[in-house]
Write a protein of this length. Structure first.
Length: 268
């Protein structure tokens, strides 16, 4: 077993207090369990199938989840999507996919399902520790849309990923740029959520609520009264009964009218 700095273990402790491992291979699950124990993990629960994993996630509320990509009664990408769209308290918990199937398509599939990190087998204890440090100590922005729910994919930290807009180089240059980027993304998600409302009404409403909260916070930070009033109208509509596409169209339209046309062209 490798040695870990006690100060690092203390930093990782909150995420490792409760851990869920999903792997139909008992040997692989046991190996991962032993390494995680060496990092100071508290309660560790192992499940072999997707249905059992989802039930346990709801009961356990893990701080971190490790899952194999494929196996009997297990699809790691499906599991990630189901968890992200659930009502569980742990729906935003970091997910690390651990698998020997590390092709470009599987890595991108993991990223697009809402996984935080991708770890290729065989791996060392140091490799695993690095992934745990990434998810526990370097939080990423959360994206609540209709087509995608999960951590910001532009910050996907897998060592195998080489796609566009990866890591630190993509961060806004300053606070004003960061707020502009957050506003731009919220507007695009609002447009997309309204457009896709009938495909998944429950997730669309959740996405709209999240963007309303983001825009309200931004309006307060920059003292934008016009934006604040428009967000308030949307919040009133959301609180006035079961929202539907027809009732949401006007308040969302008022907000989108404040966004540059080129921003909304990228909504999807």
């Amino acid at each position: 077993m490798f040695a870990v700095d006690p100060r690092m273990l203390a930093k990782l402790a909150p995420a490792l207090r409760r851990v869920l491992i999903v792997d139909p291979n008992p040997h692989a699950a046991r190996l991962l369990t032993e390494i995680i124990k060496g990092m100071g993990a508290g309660e560790i629960v192992v499940e072999q199938s997707e249905p059992r994993a989802l039930k346990t996630a709801g009961d356990l509320e893990p701080g971190i989840i490790f899952t194999e990509r494929n196996g009997d009664n297990l699809n790691g990408e499906s599991l990630a999507r189901a968890l992200r769209r659930s009502s569980f308290a742990c729906r935003r918990a970091p997910i690390i996919m651990v698998t020997a199937d590390a092709t470009a398509s599987t890595i991108l599939g993991a990223r697009d399902s809402g996984v935080h990190e991708f770890l290729r087998k065989p791996f060392t204890s140091a490799d695993l520790l690095k992934r745990v440090e990434n998810v526990a100590l370097k939080p990423r922005d959360w994206v609540e849309a209709v087509g995608y729910v999960g951590p910001d994919r532009r910050r996907f930290n897998s060592g195998e990923f080489s796609g566009d807009r990866k890591r630190k180089a993509d961060k806004p240059a300053n606070g004003a740029a960061a707020m502009a980027a957050a506003k731009d993304q919220a507007m695009r998600i609002l447009a997309s959520a309204l457009d896709q409302f009938d495909n998944d009404p429950m997730q669309a409403v959740r996405a709209i609520r999240e963007q309303a909260a983001t825009l309200k916070s931004l309006a307060m930070k920059v003292s934008d009264s016009r934006l604040a009033v428009a967000v308030g109208a949307l919040e009133v509509t959301l609180a006035s009964g079961p929202p539907c596409k027809a009732t949401l169209a006007a308040p969302i339209g008022s907000l989108l009218a404040m966004a540059p046309p080129e921003s909304l062209k990228r909504a999807g």
